[in-house]
Design a protein around this ligand. Structure first.
Ligand code: PEP
Ligand code: CO
Length: 452
């Protein structure tokens, strides 16, 4: 592999092996849209990205915890106040539970405002003997099973940009305006979870937090400032490289080049290999970068990739997001941890307990079991504790809605319910109740470890 000093540009990925890329029928239209996008204002700032890098470095050191979550594949039609607000609310509720359970600040990174491009294992989808190109995410084609819907349309990139901007605008406004105020009762209302066995422990946590806040206020004799304001950073898989390229801009005061379409882009499992165009693209930007690591990643492949992406070994730059499957953690994780330790690499270890635990229900629908997701998380928490490394974050596919996509947990969703409200076009997400319960179970796990 080349080193830090070798030539890199926002377009140098074009000389590498670019898989999972879209073939457009009208290349001229694509070029014209990319040109228009290159003139548009960026979505995030270098200051925000630098702040995130610092916070991720703290997470790598065990002084902060990363909660990353959102849709598997965002839909343009989901760019509504209700859905955006509900997603922020569940991320906020989960983060408060984690702050309480882990006794440290939590950093919130959404899989939103840009999570539109999807890698696919199969280039085609077959239904009743009819085969069509796969749906690749809303910025490429549409999910309807018709030949027309599946044609890649460059105009969708423009729509992805606008939906990301509109969403980010609302997220910033809400996050800045008391939406997150811990005293705002509306945020803690759990009408969706009435009767769930976990409701008691949730309420206990919330009332303990309120008591602590009141106590601090009484002692300091004035209200505690800044509590209503939180920060949500954004992330998405930087899969569609021509789109990422036009948002890759030099920031002169920082003397660096950033991807300004999102704070934290990541490289998916399928595009993480030596000579990958995605790896080449990521190595030159200043943003923190996530890499998705499966059970089959060889340590001898991972170490050079990590060095290539983070040659200065900066602790806030690289998040290793393992996604192995509950049953494979025991076998696959220790050798990667050993190798990273042996190479002296500074990384932020995160756990995505979703993508290694996907299965097909008897009806043919894709699902995940709450119990398997939790089992992977617990196995990863235990493994890092055993190996004396730090798990600095978790990564979920979730929604603030009452969908029926994953089974299990107190929500009582069973396989035969999956058809009722299955809205995801790609992977199944934890619903609002399962998400909250997951956060409580993680908090409980850490509290038990503390007292053991
Ligand atoms: C995803 O995060 O939606 C995804 C496709 O993950 P992975 O690359 O880990 O399979
Ligand atoms: Co997914």
């Amino acid at each position: 592999m080349e080193d830090l000093l070798s030539h890199w540009s926002p377009a140098s990925w074009r000389k590498k092996n670019a898989i999972q890329q879209v073939v457009y029928t009208d290349e001229e239209q694509l070029a014209s849209i990319l040109n228009q996008l290159s003139q548009q204002p960026a979505l995030v700032t270098s200051w925000e990205i630098e702040a995130l890098r610092n916070q991720l470095a703290e997470a790598a050191a065990g002084r902060r915890f990363l909660l990353q979550g959102g849709d598997c594949a965002e839909r343009f039609e989901d760019c509504t106040v209700e859905l955006i607000k509900n997603r922020l609310k569940i991320l906020l509720q989960m983060s408060v539970i984690l702050i309480y359970g882990l006794q440290m600040p939590v950093l919130r990174v959404g899989r939103f405002a840009g999570q539109y491009a999807k890698p696919r294992s199969d280039s085609h989808e077959t239904r009743n003997g009819v085969s069509l190109p796969s749906y690749r995410g809303d910025n490429i084609n549409a999910p309807a099973f018709t030949a027309e819907a599946r044609i890649p349309d460059p105009q969708r990139l423009m729509q992805a940009y606008y939906c990301s901007a509109v969403q980010l605008n609302l997220v910033r406004a809400l996050a800045d305006a008391g939406f997150a105020d811990l005293h705002n009762a509306e945020n803690w209302n759990l009408s969706f979870a009435q009767g769930a066995p976990y409701i008691q422990s949730y309420q206990t946590i919330i009332s303990k937090i309120h008591r602590a806040l009141d106590f601090a206020k009484t002692v300091s004799d004035h209200p505690i400032g800044g509590l209503g304001r939180v920060t949500f950073y954004t992330s998405h898989e930087a899969l569609h490289l021509p789109y990422e390229e036009v948002f890759t801009r030099e920031v002169t005061h920082a003397n660096a080049i950033y991807n300004l379409s999102t704070h934290m882009p990541w490289i998916g499992k399928r595009t993480l290999f030596a000579d990958s165009a995605h790896v080449e693209y990521m190595r030159g930007i200043r943003n923190p970068v996530g890499i998705k690591i499966g059970h089959d990643m060889a340590p001898s492949d991972l170490i050079p990739l990590a060095r290539f992406l983070n040659p200065l070994n900066d602790p806030g730059r690289l998040a290793m997001i393992t996604r192995m499957g509950a049953a494979k953690v025991e076998d696959a994780l220790p050798r990667l941890i050993e190798a990273v330790r042996g190479a002296g690499l500074n990384v932020l270890w995160c756990c995505d307990p979703m993508h290694g635990n996907t299965e097909t229900a008897a009806s043919g629908i894709k699902t995940r079991k709450f119990e398997n997701i939790l089992a992977e998380l617990e196995a990863v928490i235990d493994m890092h504790a055993r190996m004396k490394t730090i798990l600095g974050g978790v990564h979920f596919e979730l929604t603030g809605e009452d969908v029926t996509e994953c089974v299990g947990g107190a929500s009582g969703v069973e396989e035969e319910d999956l058809n009722q409200r299955y809205h995801s076009t790609v992977d199944p997400r934890l619903n609002v109740s399962q998400s909250l319960e997951m956060a409580l179970r993680i908090a409980e796990k850490y509290q038990n470890m503390e007292s053991a």
